[in-house]
Design a protein around this ligand. Structure first.
Ligand code: WQD
Length: 329
């Protein structure tokens, strides 16, 4: 099968592309490289010892998408491409709506024109807003607190309406919790140009690139007062996409998480213990828009996809540090 991976040189897209290729799929990567580097393509090829097709294309360029589909018989699409920084989306809502929504609409129109009607969409736990309770199930109420999250929710609604109108479309929505970790080779990992998320900021503090990790809020109603999240290893996430591809049929929705909540201090302590490093911390007030606790009930994916996260927090911390040491400039 030929799979188009949009955003395939990004953090989750690159790890998923490696796993797809190693499973025998033919992979075509489309990426505009706004938040990743073209060199990831050769890293993917060196890990898999195979080659793949790459198109430097922006989803706002409909002719560019048309070229990809006219030059390749694509069986299914895994759609990662999109802007994804929560804070930035509050500052630049128009850019986020245009890039994420218009880009997706362009992709869907070309897919339909070429009779390609299988899509796995990279959604996010952010569509649950402030959860009424934890763990979170797929049928929980949906709401968003920032433009980034709203683009994910709107795309879910577009895809739901498309499946209702055209029964030939098979769409699976995967709602990720907090992706972390790196490929065991240490050649691929999360290397954001402007780190916003906790794990890359822990790495920067451990490397001494920053004075200390800023802990946003120590007064949450959690066991140690810091925010609790469901951190999931990117390799488990990649395997979740393969399972989703193998079980497509109509509109399906799954949480991809571990079902366990880790606090900020839990993660810092694990990182220090596993890697034998110190992570200086400084306590600050809560970050705007953060929730106290957010972790998944992942039992539906286990029941219906036969998928379960297997990698633990220690491996998340170990693989992250291994990649950081290998990739630091
Ligand atoms: C995790 C915890 C912070 C940074 C976001 C998006 C979600 C997904 C993952 C894209 C919180 C605390 C963080 C720091 C800290 N992204 N923290 N100091 O906000 O749960 O989720 O990223 O798909 O959609 O919403 O992730 O890593 O930013 O924060 O104390 O320097 O770490 O307060 O409790 P978040 P995060």
């Amino acid at each position: 099968m030929k799979i188009l991976v949009t955003g395939g040189t990004g953090f989750i897209g690159s790890h998923t592309s490696v796993e797809l290729i190693e499973k025998g799929y033919d992979v075509i990567i489309l990426d505009n490289l706004c938040n990743s580097d073209a060199s990831v393509n050769s890293i993917i090829d060196s890990i898999t010892n195979k080659s793949h097709v790459f198109y430097k294309t922006d989803l706002l360029d409909e002719d560019g998408i048309e070229r990809v589909f006219s030059e390749n018989e694509i069986d299914a699409v895994i759609h990662f491409a999109g802007l994804k920084a929560v804070g930035e989306s509050v500052q630049m809502p128009l850019e986020y709506y245009n890039n994420n929504i218009t880009g997706t609409l362009n992709l869907l129109k070309v897919m339909r024109a070429h009779g390609c009607k299988k899509l796995v969409f990279s959604s996010s736990a952010t569509v649950y807003g402030v959860p009424k309770s934890v763990p979170i199930k797929e049928d929980f109420p949906l709401s968003t607190t920032n433009p980034y999250g709203s683009t994910k929710l709107m795309i879910e609604r577009i895809l739901t309406d498309l499946c209702a109108a055209d029964k030939e479309f098979d769409v699976t929505l995967l709602r990720y919790f907090n992706p972390v970790g790196a490929h065991p080779s240490g050649l691929l990992g999360d290397n954001p140009t402007h780190p916003n998320n906790l794990m890359p900021r822990i790495v920067d503090a451990a490397l001494g690139k920053t004075e200390a990790l800023t802990v946003y809020g120590t007064d949450y109603p959690t066991r140690d007062g810091t925010g609790v999240r469901d951190y999931i290893h990117v390799m488990d996430l990649a395997h979740g996409h393969i399972k989703a591809l193998e079980h497509m049929g109509g509109m399906k929705i799954y949480n991809l998480g571990t079902g366990n909540g880790q606090s900020v201090l839990d993660l810092v302590k694990s990182f220090e213990r596993v890697n034998g490093v110190k992570v200086p911390c400084v306590n600050m007030p809560r970050r705007e828009g953060d929730v106290a606790e957010c972790y998944a009930d992942a039992s539906k994916a286990e029941r219906e996809l036969g998928w379960k996260a297997t990698r633990d927090v220690d491996d998340m911390c170990r693989s992250t540090w291994n990649f950081a040491l290998k990739s630091r400039k």
